[in-house]
Each structure stands twice: as structure tokens, then as C-alpha cells.
Design a protein around this ligand. Structure first.
Ligand code: DC
Length: 223
């Protein structure tokens, strides 16, 4: 049976960086579940689906084919044989992704894809509903959080460094809080701290400190 480390938290809490490094250290494949919601959003926009219309999004969801395969310590995604790359990281995708993620048919599809990935081996999976809905029985579950200011600062730096956008810190914070609000109040699998999940506030911690805490707790959980 493969082992799963589950990490949830709001945007910009540091889930991706922490999951990537923890995965490398422990030899677990890194799974970015948010990227799957972003791929669905990207494809919806490409196909001119009205992302504010849940029925339209639900009808479109089964038509998207996403290939998942292990590559360089992570699960890589392909659509039509191509990796989506930074096309799924734009402010436009940010603005529509939370809405697409409210639709049950989208969540069911992605939950099934994530559960199926256990056939590839041990996983560290990050997202919003991994500890509560996708892998609620994992003994290693974490809720990673940070202040809105710290999260917006990190996201803005990332966008500028990657050349994706050049928004003000205030604009990044507003978009992040808008997404948090939709993600935590939606009907299906809202973002919340699972009972029994270990909460880590990373506002005043370095990435290395967070990684050390997670690795220590994972070793306790699986031993
Ligand atoms: O983590 P992210 O910013 O890449 O996530 C993109 C969107 O997908 C965000 O609005 C939350 C949603 N999401 C979700 O609903 N459930 C997950 N497990 C992961 C992401």
C-alpha cells in the first residue's frame, strides 16, 4: 500500500515549496492538485465555457483528458500530449479557478485522478480538500497557513520572478482573499482544517523550518 502525506491550506501558504522539498527528502512523488483545477479552468476558457454557469462546467468536465505520469519526482500532467506550463498560472486563470472548483463534476473527476495516483507509489499531495475529502485516512495530514500579508508577498514575488505578471501587492492580496473566500465557503469539499491535522503557521518561519517540522511529524506518523 502506498503512503500519502496530505497537505492543505490557503493560497500562498507555501504548500508547493514545502511539498516539493519534503517529497525529495523522503522519496515521495509530489502531487500539485491545484494544477489539475487550473488545467480544467484553462481548458474551459479555451473552449469558451461560461465558468460562472455550473451546469455548463459540469457538462464540459468529462470531456477533458488529462494524462498523469511520474517524472522527476513529481506527477506531471499532459493535455493533448503537451504540458500546460505557466499558461495555468496567469491572473486570468486565478480569477476563474475557484469558481470552476465549486462544481461537483469537476471535483469528482479530480478526486478520482488523485486517488488513482497511489499506483505510482508514495505521494505528497497538496491542495484544499486533500486532508478532508481525498485522503482523509492518511496518518500524516497537515494544515499549512500564514497571514494574508505574508501569503500575498510570496505570491507577488513568485509572479514577478517567473515573469507571469507584475501586479501590485495589494492586487495580489485582493485576488488571493477573493479565492480564499470562495474556496472556504463552497458547498462541496470546502477548505477547512481537518480534525486531527497538524496546523503550521508559516508567517514567521523559514521554508527550511517548515520542512523540518513536516518531516519530523511524518516520520512519527509512519513509524
Ligand atoms: O493551489 P492553487 O492556487 O493552484 O489552486 C487553484 C484553485 O483550485 C483554487 O481556487 C483552489 C482550487 N483547489 C481546490 O478546490 N481543491 C484542491 N485540492 C486544490 C485546489
Amino acid at each position: 500500500m502506498s503512503r500519502v502525506i496530505a497537505i492543505d491550506g490557503p493560497s500562498g501558504a507555501g504548500k508547493s515549496s514545502v511539498s516539493r522539498i519534503v517529497g525529495k527528502k523522503l522519496g515521495f512523488l509530489h502531487v500539485d492538485s491545484g494544477a489539475l483545477y487550473r488545467i480544467m479552468t484553462w481548458q474551459a476558457l479555451v473552449r469558451k465555457v461560461d465558468t460562472d454557469n455550473p451546469d455548463e462546467v459540469a457538462a464540459f468536465a468529462p470531456t477533458v483528458e488529462i494524462e498523469c505520469r511520474p517524472e522527476n519526482g513529481a506527477i506531471a500532467y499532459y493535455v493533448g500530449g503537451e504540458p500546460p506550463g505557466d499558461r495555468i498560472r496567469t491572473p486570468e486563470i486565478n480569477a476563474h479557478a475557484s469558481q470552476v472548483a465549486t462544481v461537483k463534476a469537476v471535483r469528482d473527476k479530480i478526486t478520482a485522478l488523485l486517488r488513482d495516483m497511489t499506483r505510482f507509489g508514495n505521494l505528497v499531495v497538496e491542495g484544499r480538500d486533500i486532508t478532508t475529502a481525498v485522503f482523509p485516512d492518511s496518518p500524516a495530514r497537515f494544515y499549512l497557513t500564514a497571514s494574508a500579508e505574508a501569503r500575498a508577498r510570496r505570491r507577488q514575488k513568485e509572479e514577478v520572478e517567473k515573469g507571469i505578471a507584475n501586479q501590485s501587492a495589494a492586487a495580489v492580496k485582493a485576488s488571493l482573499l477573493a479565492r480564499d473566500a470562495i474556496d472556504s465557503t463552497r458547498k462541496y469539499a470546502p477548505l477547512r482544517k481537518a480534525d486531527g491535522a497538524i496546523e503550521i503557521d508559516s508567517s514567521d518561519l523559514t521554508l527550511e523550518q517548515v520542512v523540518d517540522i513536516v518531516v519530523e511529524k511524518v516520520n512519527e506518523a509512519f513509524n
